[in-house]
Write a protein that binds this ligand. Sequence first.
Ligand code: CTP
Length: 219
Amino acid sequence: MTAASLAGLRILVSAGPTYEDIDPARFLGNRSSGKMGFAIAAEAAQRGAEVVLVAGPVHLPDPANVRRVNVRSAAQMHAAVLAGLPCDVYIGAAAVADFTPRSCSPGKIKKQPGQDTLVLELVQTRDILAEVAAHPQRPRLVVGFAAETDNVAGYARGKLQRKQLDLICANQVGVAGCGFESDDNALLVIDAHTERALGPAPKGALAGQLLDLIAERLL
Ligand code: CTP
């Protein structure tokens, strides 16, 4: 079977982690490599879509024929994604920090003599995915990701409903050889009615399978 063409579609993808600065030397990050989102962007462009990739801090080469916008923090990713609207499809594959330090210290935080704990106050970030789904220029399809350690399908289904998504791709964190930092992944793709297991497979192949499911709904 030849892959469905995505020509004429504008696809916005977010990928990678975000870094939330604590002081000029330190940040809060996460283990997302960006590989899944980059694979989706590359495959969508290869199928003829116009692709914008909002990338957190990762060391990955630019996929061919993709417009890449580099960001660092959740706030920057929020601004770049909303600036990417309108689009036909938004795929939120980034591991956006849920919390960020209330303020970034202008100078390096120093240990005080005898200090054995440090309390950082964190505030919740804006939920990019939920805002895109509720936006007046809502894309025709809004696709989220959910990395979970347990109750994978249950938590993912909850996010699908709470954030008003069309599809959510759930993956189990902590399975050897899959997910974060790995070249392979396995996804459970959930919509209001069905659940489909994709993989385990290389992220490039999975990206193609996910885009087939997306194309089915749009074309
Ligand atoms: N997401 C986002 N903006 C945020 C946090 C998350 O756009 N500030 C998106 C991610 O890109 C991903 C999805 O939401 O597509 C899942 O994020 P997650 O943090 O797991 O969901 P939460 O609803 O925050 O649930 P929890 O942290 O309790 O698992």
